[in-house]
Ligand binder design. Structure first.
Ligand SMILES: [Zn+2]
Length: 223
């Protein structure tokens, strides 16, 4: 046990945090007396921020000299997420947002576990659920009809509609045309939808707060 702890990336807080070392074991490759062949350390760590306990391995082998003097290869479990939730749950608290929130979280998990096809199929459905919540009452219409409604009601611009139609078509191509999209393109698609959510759910609430903070204009008295 190292009572001073260490600083590591916490997979839950998503930042460098002070951690307690609950367990550590070092294995030296090759000759047990030397570490010229490399080594591997196994850690069980506890984040002092969120208290989560997680697992990390750190490995060094000689070719890593070429990468950098102090370079080691670290792996975490749970893995450090690549994609983060930018729309906080509190902005999706309305009853009608429940199906949006649950799918949104599932897509983030799918992306962070590397399931690009499941993610893009989810993204396609997420866009439709957002359109249904904001602009379409009832369950009428196709996916493309529903997002056009968002534009007709001026919730989004014409150029945003074109962007969303492209994302929707990408999702359709995975469902109907066996297209296996690259992860990078799926993450771009998800960024587009997160920005749509930011605009439709977050900004509309925040602007009310900004508006309240503005003092009224004082009228200039005529001399
Ligand atoms: Zn943490």
């Amino acid at each position: 046990m190292n009572k001073d702890g260490c600083e590591e990336s916490c997979p839950i807080c998503l930042g460098i945090k002070k951690c307690d070392v609950l367990f550590v074991k070092k294995i030296i490759y090759g000759d047990a007396e030397e570490s010229e062949d490399g080594w591997k350390k196994y850690f069980v760590l506890q984040c002092r921020g969120c208290q989560e306990i997680f697992y990390m391995t750190e490995e060094w082998v000689p070719y890593m000299y070429d990468i950098g003097e102090n370079y080691t290869n670290k792996k975490y479990f749970p893995p450090i997420p690549k994609v983060q939730q930018i729309v906080e749950n509190k902005y999706l608290r309305k009853e009608s947002c429940k199906p949006i929130r649950s799918l949104y979280i599932e897509i983030i998990k799918a992306l962070n576990y590397g399931f690009s096809q499941l993610a893009i199929i989810g993204i396609r459905t997420l866009i439709d659920r957002i359109a249904m919540d904001i602009a379409v009452s009832g369950t009428d219409g196709s996916f493309s009809k529903n997002i056009r409604k968002l534009q007709e009601m001026n919730h989004i611009s014409k150029s945003q509609l074109t962007t969303l139609e492209t994302v929707l078509d990408a999702g359709n191509s995975v469902v109907h045309r066996n297209n296996a999209m690259k992860m990078r393109q799926v993450i771009y698609s998800f960024d587009i939808v997160q920005h749509l959510m930011q605009q439709l759910y977050v900004n509309v609430e925040r602007v009310v707060e900004i508006k309240k903070s503005i003092p009224p204009r004082t009228s200039v008295k005529a001399k």
